[in-house]
Design a protein around this ligand. Structure first.
Ligand code: C2E
Ligand code: MG
Ligand code: MG
Ligand code: MG
Length: 287
């Protein structure tokens, strides 16, 4: 159980406020807790996009929406620092829907420009308990006239296992409305294959911790290869996360990995920049 808790904290960044008194008196933390609601309602949050490359075809196929907080005094705050405060409060629904709105608006703009890409949005543990979220996401898609199949929701094994039966209801509803689902940070959680098999999944995203050292660590290479094989035999697409160099990108392609995401292609960027950059192929001999 201790190991599981530890893993959950590291991979999801989304556990709880149960920390020590020391942290409760940390002014930065306190500011984030008290100001997050206003930040979501105001315009302090910003969504960056990180592209995903279809490895066999060599084109930009999708982008992940990643939230940041431009705090007027504290500066640029990464999601790993503040999403946890939304997660443990009622703010998680407005946060998720705000990010999804930015993502769907950007998607509509890309589609209008003739770019047939999809976007993905991260869901938090608490979102998987929210039975009205699927319809709210559908309304967004309808508002911007975007086909549901071009929105993907990323969920972690840890979030699913918090309340597996309820989560199953929510993800089934999302899938029945035509949206796609992927497992994020795959391999770091503790879900069972028996459970994952029941989910209407589209893809598995192999966690960066396995991809990072796969060229120098045989065990990581084995994990990556066998995850690709497993996913394919279950009919799922495989995305490698956190690819930082061209040699790893080439090896993933050899292994039959479908898609890759990582700094070697692009860091997450504001949408306007991400759109312009990705109209030209990213550099490197990955094909
Ligand atoms: P994630 O969903 O696994 O997103 C991937 C994270 O890895 C991003 O960090 C991204 O910037 C980083 N990354 C991508 N490529 C590379 C690489 O090549 N090397 C390295 N070292 N890192 C790379 P970011 O944006 O700081 O987000 C961290 C986590 O915060 C995300 O992990 C996700 O779990 C969470 N998050 C971000 N946005 C949202 C959101 O809108 N809602 C929720 N619920 N969670 C979010
Ligand atoms: Mg993600
Ligand atoms: Mg991930
Ligand atoms: Mg992660």
């Amino acid at each position: 159980a201790d190991v599981a808790m530890y893993a959950a904290k590291n991979t999801d960044g989304a556990v709880s406020l149960y920390d020590s008194a020391h942290d409760a008196h940390n002014p930065r933390r306190l500011a984030m807790i008290t100001e997050l609601g206003a930040a979501i309602r105001g315009s302090q949050l910003v969504v960056y996009f990180q592209p995903r490359l279809a490895l066999q075809e060599g084109h930009w196929c999708s982008s992940e929406a990643l939230v940041r907080w431009q705090h007027p005094r504290l500066g640029f705050i990464p999601p790993g620092e503040f999403v946890q405060f939304a997660e443990t409060s009622e703010l998680i629904r407005p946060l998720t829907l705000w990010v999804a709105r930015q993502a769907v608006m950007q998607l509509a703009a890309w589609h209008q420009a003739g770019l047939q890409v999809s976007v993905s949005v991260n869901l938090a543990t608490r979102n998987l308990l929210d039975v009205t979220l699927p319809e709210a996401l559908l309304s967004l898609l309808q508002e911007f006239n975007v086909p549901p199949g071009s929105l993907e929701l990323e969920i972690t094994e840890t979030a699913l296992m918090n309340d597996p039966e309820r989560a199953l209801q929510v993800v089934n509803h999302i899938a029945s409305l035509g949206m796609r689902l992927s497992i994020d940070d795959f391999g770091t959680g503790y879900s069972s294959l028996a459970y994952l098999k029941r989910l209407p999944l589209h893809s598995l995203k192999i966690d960066r911790s396995f991809v990072r050292d796969m060229l120098i660590d045989d065990q990581d290479a084995i994990i990556v290869r066998s995850t690709i094989g497993l996913a394919h035999s279950l009919g799922l697409q495989v995305v490698a996360e956190g690819v930082e160099d061209l040699d790893t990108l080439a090896r993933l392609r050899e292994y039959g990995c479908d898609e890759a995401q990582g700094y070697v292609l692009s860091k997450p960027q504001p949408a306007a920049i991400a759109g312009i950059t990705m109209q030209t192929p990213p550099p490197g001999d990955y094909a």
